[in-house]
Design a protein around this ligand. Structure first.
Ligand SMILES: [Zn+2]
Length: 162
């Protein structure tokens, strides 16, 4: 019960900050903001598909793009419910990759604030999911190459079979 209340409280805090940033979206040039947003896919991107199909080929079965914990508004890319393991592939732009995130030239201050908030939310969601007894694996989209994919698969197989 306490965990449920904590989850609820943290979810509310996570949502309210995002709303505050959204409400300050630069109005004058919001078409340009929308254009930037549209240009960057938010889900089912190449790296996620690549990892899913590799894991699937090794015989692993999982859910894709679902909430690991009901009630926490956070979908993971790959979810192993029984094992309580979830995997996130973080896009280099939206999740603020230290190597590849560059704010758009227009409204760059707002973008930096928005992406910083995303980074902070990722961190808190990871903690929240972990505090519910789950293992969380996060990878950058730029990391998804054949080497790391087989590492992930080995890791997952080890955890699933435990
Ligand atoms: Zn990157």
């Amino acid at each position: 019960m306490i965990t449920i209340m904590m989850n609820h409280q943290m979810t509310l805090e996570i949502i309210s900050l995002a709303k505050s940033i959204r409400s300050r979206a630069p109005k004058a040039s919001s078409p340009s903001v929308r254009k930037t947003m549209k240009a960057i896919p938010s889900q089912d991107t190449g790296p996620e598909k690549k990892l899913r199909s590799f894991l699937h080929d090794t015989g692993l079965r999982f859910r894709k793009d679902v909430e690991p914990i009901p009630g926490i508004r956070c979908k993971a890319d790959i979810v192993f419910r029984k094992t309580k393991l979830c995997i996130f592939i973080d896009g280099c732009f939206w999740h603020g990759c230290p190597l590849h995130f560059k704010p758009p030239k227009t409204n760059s201050e707002w973008w930096v604030e928005k992406i910083n908030d995303n980074v902070e939310r990722d961190r808190r969601k990871t903690l929240l999911i972990e505090s519910n007894g789950w293992t969380v694996l996060r990878y950058w989209e730029h990391e998804i190459n054949s080497e790391i994919i087989s590492d992930i698969a080995q890791n997952v197989i080890r955890l699933v079979k435990r």
